[in-house]
Design a protein around this ligand. Sequence first.
Ligand SMILES: Cc1cc2nc3c(=O)[nH]c(=O)nc-3n(C[C@H](O)[C@H](O)[C@H](O)COP(=O)(O)OP(=O)(O)OC[C@H]3O[C@@H](n4cnc5c(N)ncnc54)[C@H](O)[C@@H]3O)c2cc1C
Length: 290
Amino acid sequence: MKNPPFNYHRPATLTEALDLLAAHGDDAKVLAGGQSLLPVMALRLGRPDHVVDIAAIDELKHIATASGALSLGAMVRHAQAETSPMVAEHAPVVAAALPHVGHRAIRNRGTVVGSIAHADAAAEMPAVCLTLGATLHLASATGTREIAAADFFLGFFTTAALPEELVTSVTFPPWSATSGGAVVEISRRHGDYAMCGLACAIDVADGVIESAALSFFGVASTPIRVAEAEAIVVGQRPSPALFAQAAEVVADVLSPDSDIHATANHRRQIAAVLTRRGLAQSADQIGIPV
Ligand SMILES: Cc1cc2nc3c(=O)[nH]c(=O)nc-3n(C[C@H](O)[C@H](O)[C@H](O)COP(=O)(O)OP(=O)(O)OC[C@H]3O[C@@H](n4cnc5c(N)ncnc54)[C@H](O)[C@@H]3O)c2cc1C
């Protein structure tokens, strides 16, 4: 289907973009890579009168580090992040997630921040943000603010960003040599949205897990951390028995819905398998084979 008519704006500066969002409020939508917005409009699931294309704004195109933290501007495309040595070094869990995001053609256009702003509960990047404790940087015509990933995702396709706000960048905290992480998922075909997926990270000191983050996607209205399973592994040495125990807790705690892709029970079983797999891969990354 073709898109309904709309007014197209292509600002050259952030200030211009923010002024447009302030002027049109609820009637405007930001266009980044268009890989979700354009299908939404074509299917008449959304019908903004004004589309503000941010692709020409140079100040939104950075991949940079400051004090070890990695910052990705709003116009960094998935494919750019996927091939960036800086992303691989400073946020390996982000790098691990990217090959799972759709197909190459989608990653050539779609943006990392667009994926976060879109907040699809089955998408990889929101769960990665939760696991890594990312910060979203927002701007409007009246000022700027920061929101922790834990406070950003409110429900299906719903975030804490206001209609007049633009997410200008995402920052991932410094990654340590004692940390290991992984993104694992099961989908019907490679590139499809996952039936269930996990973004996880652990930090190990003297052979003992000091902290753990397990964020699942495709199982709730937002990405969801399972604190009960994280508590099982913290303070313990990585082992197959420990990870199996955490997997059991995950299967108990999650209550996903059934849909045409998988039953709730199937999703719980997948989540358990992914818990063992993701934790083992994370430990392996720090040189602890499990
Ligand atoms: C066939 C297909 C398969 C896909 N499979 C996957 C998959 O497996 N995993 C996955 O994660 N994604 C998948 N995607 C989605 C893809 O990753 C998109 O790139 C992503 O969801 C949105 O990024 P975008 O830059 O294209 O955003 P757009 O489509 O331009 O925008 C999406 C939404 O976010 C808002 N938005 C975008 N940027 C900003 C910003 N900076 N500030 C405020 N609001 C903003 C827009 O207004 C819009 O509401 C798939 C897409 C397709 C078409």
